[in-house]
Design a protein. Structure first.
Length: 554
C-alpha cells in the first residue's frame, strides 16, 4: 500500500500494524522515563477505547472533544474516534474557560477527553455539567468520570472499520483571530488528501522521525505530523515538559521539525547567549571552524539530523530565515488555513532565492489571484463548510474555490507572497487605504523588533505598535530610541505619503495568549489592538518618532 492509493488514515494505521507490528510508532516521555508504543499496540489501545466508549452509551456520529497538550494518548484517542465513527472536536490546551465552553456547546459535544494541561484549575469552569469527562493517564485537578485504565480494560473491537471518505471526521475550530472561532467541518477524504499531499511534496518515509509539540488542535500539526506519520510510517516523539523540551528533542533526534516564528526566535536568543553574534560571525568566516560550529549549534538544539525544518502559523522575518540559513539550517516556510487543512504552498525543496515568499502550490493544489488580489485555492483537501454557519460557508466556498481572505501575488514561477488580509486594510483620516502587512514585513527586518502591528483606522497617519526582541532587552533606552528613530526614517523614505508611519510605540506588556492579544497559534488579534489604540495619534508627544508606552502612562 502506498500513499498514492485512495486510502484513508485508518487504512494506513491497519497497514502499518500488520506490516510493522513491533516497530516503535509513538514515544512518550514521562517522569519515570520513555514509554514506547508500537504500531500494533497503538491499534489495540484504540480498539479498546472504542469498546469503552460504546459501553458509556456514546454512539457513532456523537461529537467527542479532546482537551490536552500533545501526547501519545492524543493520537490514540484520535484513531479511536475515527474507528468508532465519532466526530472529534479538538480544543487548544491553552484555551480559556470561555472559549472551551463555547466550543463544547457550539459543537454539541457529548464527552471530552482531558489530558495534559498547564492551567486546569482556570479551565475547569469551561466544561459544562452533564458532559462525560474521560481522563487520559495524566494528573489533573479537573474532575473526571472515567479513567484511561478503566476504558482500556475492555476487549478491542473485532473488526477494522473504514469510514466513507465523505463522512465527517472532525470539527476543527479556527483560532479566533477576528472573533468567535468557527467550526471547520473536515471529512475523512479531505484529511486524507492533505496528508497524501504532504507526503508527495516532502518525500516523508518510514525512516523519518518527527517531533510533535505544536498544538494538535491546530490543523497544521494534525496534518503535517499526525496525519503524515500515518501515510509515511514515521515515528513520532513528544515533549514531557518545557524544562525537558530540548533534551526530549535530542533523544528523538528528529529528521522533521516544524515550529513557529516565536520558537525560532527563542532558539536564536539562546544560541547568542552562549556565543555572541560578533564571535559567531568571526568563527563562521574561518573555513576550518565553520563546519564544526554549525554542527555544534545544530546538535545543541537536537536538530543535527533534521532534513526538513519548517515554519508556519504566523509570518516569519526573512532576516531570521537568512540567519538560520548561514548555519546550514534552511527553514521551509509554508502557508495554509484551517479551511484548506493547512496544505497549500511550501518552499520545499528550499529555494534561497524565494525567501520572503511562502513557496509554491503543493502537489494537487491550485492557487490563483482574483482581480482584487485575493488568494483563491482549490484542492481535494478542503473543508466541507463551517458548522452551523451556512452564510459564512457560501461566502468562503464559491464556484469550487476557497476564497481565503488573504491578499497576495504570484511570481512567474508560481511562488506566492502574502501581502495581508483583505479585512486588514484600513482608511486613515485622509481617506486613503493602508495595507499594514507589507509595512510590518519591512519593520521586522530589524533584529531589535520581534513583533509589530500597524494600526491607524481614522487617524491622521498610521502608527506601529512594537514589541522589542530579546536581543534588544537590556540595551540602553536612549540608544535604542535613536537607532529605531533612524530605522523609522529609512522605512518611511520607501513608503508613499499616506503610508508613512507617524511613530513607533514600544509597548509596555508583551503580547501573549494569556492576555488575549495572541491566538493559540500566535497570530495577533489585530482588531483588539485597533480598538485599544484607536486614538493614539491624539495623545502622541509632538515631534517624537519613538515613544515608550510606559512613559505615556506615567
Amino acid at each position: 500500500m502506498t500513499a498514492s492509493d485512495r486510502t484513508l488514515p485508518l487504512q494506513m494505521l491497519y497497514h502499518w500494524a500488520e506490516q510493522r507490528p513491533d516497530a516503535i510508532y509513538l514515544r512518550q516521555p514521562r517522569a519515570d522515563g520513555w514509554h514506547d508504543h508500537s504500531w500494533s499496540s497503538v491499534l489495540e489501545m484504540a480498539g479498546r477505547l472504542v469498546t469503552g466508549l460504546r459501553r458509556l452509551g456514546l454512539e457513532p456520529g456523537d461529537k467527542i472533544a479532546l482537551l490536552s497538550k500533545n501526547c501519545a494518548e492524543w493520537f490514540i484517542c484520535d484513531f479511536a474516534l475515527q474507528m468508532g465513527g465519532y466526530i472529534s472536536v479538538p480544543i487548544y490546551p491553552t484555551a480559556g474557560a470561555e472559549t472551551i465552553r463555547y466550543v463544547l456547546e457550539h459543537s454539541e459535544s457529548r464527552a471530552v477527553f482531558i489530558g495534559k494541561l498547564d492551567n486546569p484549575d482556570t479551565q475547569a469552569p469551561g466544561i459544562p455539567e452533564g458532559l462525560i469527562r474521560l481522563a487520559m493517564p495524566y494528573d489533573t485537578s479537573i474532575e473526571t468520570h472515567h479513567h484511561w485504565s478503566g476504558l482500556l480494560v475492555h476487549e478491542p473491537i473485532k473488526h477494522q472499520p473504514v469510514p466513507a471518505a465523505a463522512d465527517l471526521m472532525s470539527l476543527v475550530y479556527t483560532s479566533g483571530s477576528t472573533g468567535k472561532p468557527k467550526g471547520v467541518m473536515v471529512t475523512h477524504g479531505a484529511y486524507a488528501a492533505a496528508c497524501r499531499g504532504i507526503l508527495e511534496s516532502t518525500g516523508l518515509n518510514q525512516h523519518d522521525r518527527a517531533f510533535s509539540y505544536l498544538p494538535l488542535a491546530h490543523i497544521t500539526e494534525r496534518v503535517y505530523i499526525l496525519g503524515a506519520s500515518l501515510y509515511a510510517g514515521t515515528q513520532v516523539g513528544f515533549a514531557h515538559s518545557l524544562p525537558t523540551f530540548v533534551d526530549n528533542v535530542k533523544t528523538i533526534s528528529p529528521t522533521v521539525f516544524i515550529s513557529v516564528p516565536r520558537l525560532w526566535t527563542n532558539f536564536r536568543s539562546g544560541i547568542l547567549e552562549k556565543l555572541p553574534e560578533s564571535r559567531l560571525n568571526l568563527l563562521l568566516r574561518i573555513p576550518l571552524l565553520s563546519g564544526l560550529i554549525k554542527k555544534k549549534i545544530q546538535a545543541g538544539l537536537g536538530l543535527d539530523k533534521a532534513r526538513i525544518l519548517g515554519c508556519g502559523s504566523a509570518p516569519i522575518s526573512p532576516w531570521l530565515l537568512r540567519w538560520y540559513e548561514k548555519l546550514d539550517m534552511p527553514i521551509t516556510e509554508a502557508w495554509g488555513m484551517t479551511e484548506n487543512l493547512a496544505y497549500s504552498t511550501l518552499n520545499y525543496p528550499f529555494r534561497s532565492d524565494k525567501v520572503g515568499t511562502v513557496g509554491k502550490a503543493g502537489v494537487g493544489v491550485e492557487i490563483r489571484i482574483s482581480d482584487d488580489d485575493e488568494i483563491l485555492c482549490r484542492c481535494e483537501g478542503m473543508m466541507l463548510g463551517y458548522y452551523k454557519d451556512e452564510e459564512a460557508t457560501r461566502e468562503t466556498l464559491r464556484d469550487g474555490w476557497l476564497h481565503t481572505g488573504d491578499r497576495g501575488r504570484l511570481d512567474d514561477e508560481g511562488f506566492l507572497t502574502i501581502t495581508g488580509r483583505l479585512k486588514d486594510a484600513f482608511k486613515t483620516a485622509k481617506g486613503k487605504y493602508v495595507l499594514p502587512v507589507p509595512i510590518e514585513a519591512m519593520l521586522v527586518e530589524n533584529s531589535l523588533i520581534e513583533q509589530v502591528c500597524v494600526v491607524g483606522s481614522g487617524q491622521a497617519q498610521p502608527m506601529a505598535l512594537v514589541q522589542l526582541s530579546e536581543h534588544a532587552a537590556g540595551q540602553n533606552t536612549e540608544q535604542l530610541s535613536s537607532a529605531l528613530a533612524s530605522f523609522l526614517g529609512h522605512i518611511n523614505s520607501q513608503l508613499e505619503s499616506h503610508q508613512r508611519l507617524g511613530g513607533l510605540l514600544l509597548i509596555k506588556d508583551p503580547w501573549t495568549i494569556e492576555n488575549d492579544i495572541l491566538t493559540p497559534t500566535l497570530k495577533i488579534k489585530r482588531h483588539l489592538l485597533e480598538q485599544q489604540y484607536n486614538a493614539l495619534d491624539r495623545h502622541w508627544p509632538k515631534g517624537q518618532a519613538v515613544v515608550w508606552e510606559k512613559d505615556m502612562q506615567e
